[in-house]
Design a protein around this ligand. Structure first.
Ligand code: 5RP
Length: 219
């Protein structure tokens, strides 16, 4: 089975977590795009959605789903999004799509965070294959990069990319992520950073993993 089919299976199984009459948070990326397509089939049952990126908002609207500002809704019952890496403890690296800050905000606001991945995203230790993206205010790029180097990281500026918030992304390789919650807090304390792609403190509540034999659930 190819990776895209596995992503679609995981995405479609997330519909089970969508409550009638609720507001659904929607992430960003190719796995989430499958979820949007599935969500469109039950759009009449939803109160609305909130989107983690302009790209996701556009795709939701194209499929007839109502997109609300997070400030205009009372709450988000479930947030569904993909990940670049995932451990069996449901801790994640996210942000290859550059939407990490809005993703983190909606994940924080949601009662439940359902992560949808294909089985290639599972790792024993975060940082095995994916760098940790850090969103920085443009004027802080050089300063933040030097701080990241002093922490043992190897930051690369994702040149040409400007986030939906008007900021820049540094992709950080080589961090020791044995304690990802501690690193998440440390990166958050670098002045001029907006957010980082470690989802260790607010981890997923449920992970749906698409594989050759179907979808399995963590925990
Ligand atoms: C975007 C993300 C995505 O969820 C992550 O990059 C996974 O993407 P895909 O579903 O395309 O594999 O964090 O910022």
């Amino acid at each position: 089975m190819d990776a895209d089919t596995k992503k679609r299976l995981a995405a479609e199984s997330a519909l089970e977590y969508v409550e009638t009459g609720s507001v659904v948070g929607v992430g960003t990326g190719s796995t989430t795009n499958h979820f949007i397509d599935a969500l469109a089939r039950i759009r009449h049952r939803l109160d609305g959605t909130v989107a983690s990126s302009e790209a996701t908002a556009a795709r939701l609207r194209e499929r007839g789903l109502r997109v609300a500002d997070l400030n205009a809704v009372d709450g988000v019952s479930v947030y569904v999004d993909g990940a670049d890496e995932c451990t069996r403890h449901r801790q994640l690296v996210k942000g290859a799509g550059g939407a990490l800050t809005r993703e983190k905000i909606i994940a924080a606001a949601a009662e439940r965070f359902v992560c949808i991945v294909d089985d290639s995203k599972l790792v024993d230790v975060l940082g095995t294959a994916a760098p940790v993206p850090v969103e920085v205010i443009p004027m802080a790029r050089g300063y933040a990069a030097r701080q990241l180097v002093s922490l043992g990281g190897n930051p690369f500026w994702r040149e040409g990319v400007v986030t939906d918030n008007g900021n820049l992304i540094l992709d950080v390789h080589g961090l020791d992520l044995v304690d990802p919650g501690e690193v998440e807090d440390t990166l958050d304390r670098i002045t001029g950073t907006v957010a980082n792609g470690l989802f260790a403190r607010r981890r997923a509540d449920v992970v749906l993993i698409g594989g050759d034999t179907g979808v399995r659930t963590l925990p």
